[in-house]
Design a protein around this ligand. Structure first.
Ligand code: PMV
Length: 316
């Protein structure tokens, strides 16, 4: 093992969360200004030490902690590289708030996998990276679509359908997203389980909501291709109504969404699993984005970010 680092980005689901678990498409974008680094350093002894903001200690002591899902990935990577007894320090430095729908767990996994492959001087292709990320995502979320890992490991926006290779999707030069954190935990596992329970109890209604989200995703794809921001915004609003009907919004999200709309957002919705976490609002211009950001802060957002579509490089 050599010393090595791996990096990854925060992700924002523009549209399609929850429905993507059941085969509908989704569109998500990496936010390179919010990033995460995993640094791996070999030790002379057999100690295997982890340093993160939410767990510090020996890998073997992390089993009953929030780090357990990631620990199972690290253990599997060590076995893969025939290094189960190799001593190391693994330090994660993250700008992503945890459990807020920004893909913190997938970003952590992505950076760690990259660090391990670099430390063992082994080339890593995208399908292999995504297969490894599924190890911890499955342990943490139960039934992940793979969208988070596909986006936190990408450098440009992605069109994603479960079970298929993600493909880049072009964004227009104009338009900005304002991202705001409610400060409440997003609870991906619980939210995904709530939709699964609804699907069990009311299959027809649930299926209608998921299909409507899929239609809104296609409207957004068209809006992106035609630089039609009002149509894109309307589709975000539709998705939010459907997500609320699925039971994954929350009063804190609804309050921020209303504040954004009141400040002129073209559309606004929760992003990620919901029941807490973050929301996004679409602004036509940087000036409009600044007004919306101020309104979100006044309405109680604990943190806000801006992402101009111009920052999403052309995938061509
Ligand atoms: O809250 P996050 O960032 O983990 O996003 C979850 C997205 C879901 O569609 C709700 C679940 C999934 O696996 O795609």
């Amino acid at each position: 093992m050599n010393s090595a680092t791996g990096t990854s980005f925060a992700k924002i689901i523009l549209i399609g969360e929850h429905a993507v678990v059941y085969g509908q498409p989704a569109i998500a974008l990496p936010v390179p200004t919010i990033h995460l680094t995993a640094a791996l350093t070999p030790r002379g002894d057999a100690a295997q030490l982890i340093h993160t903001s939410y767990f510090t200690g020996a890998l073997s002591d992390s089993i009953a902690t929030d780090f357990a899902g990631i620990a199972s990935l690290v253990t599997a990577l060590l076995a893969h590289f025939d290094a189960a007894n190799q001593g190391f320090e693994l330090t994660i430095q993250s700008q992503l708030p945890a459990e807020r729908g920004m893909g913190s767990s997938a970003a952590t996994a992505t950076a760690i996998i990259r660090a391990f492959y670099a430390a063992f001087a082994t080339p890593l292709d995208r399908p292999t990276l995504l297969k490894w990320a599924a190890v911890s995502e499955k342990a943490i979320h139960g039934n992940p679509s793979g969208l988070d890992a596909a986006t936190t490991s990408a450098s440009v926006p992605q069109w994603f359908v479960r079970g298929q290779a993600p493909t880049p999707i072009a964004f227009p030069a104009a338009g900005s997203l304002v991202i705001a954190d409610t400060g409440l935990l997003g609870q991906t596992k619980r939210a995904v389980a709530a939709v699964a329970a609804l699907r069990e109890a009311q299959p027809a209604q649930c299926s209608a909501h998921l299909t409507a989200i899929g239609a809104a995703v296609r409207q957004v794809a068209l809006g992106l291709a035609q630089s039609d921001l009002p149509s894109l915004g309307a589709a975000l609003d539709t998705a939010q109504a459907e997500l609320a009907a699925l039971g994954v919004s929350a009063p804190a999200l609804d309050r921020l969404i209303q504040a954004a709309k009141g400040a002129g957002a073209l559309g606004a919705k929760l992003t990620g699993s919901g029941q807490g976490g973050c929301m996004i609002a679409l602004a036509a211009t940087p000036a409009a984005a600044a007004r919306i950001e101020a309104a979100l802060q006044a309405a109680g957002a604990t943190q806000t970010w801006r992402h101009d579509f111009a920052e999403s490089e052309d995938p061509a």
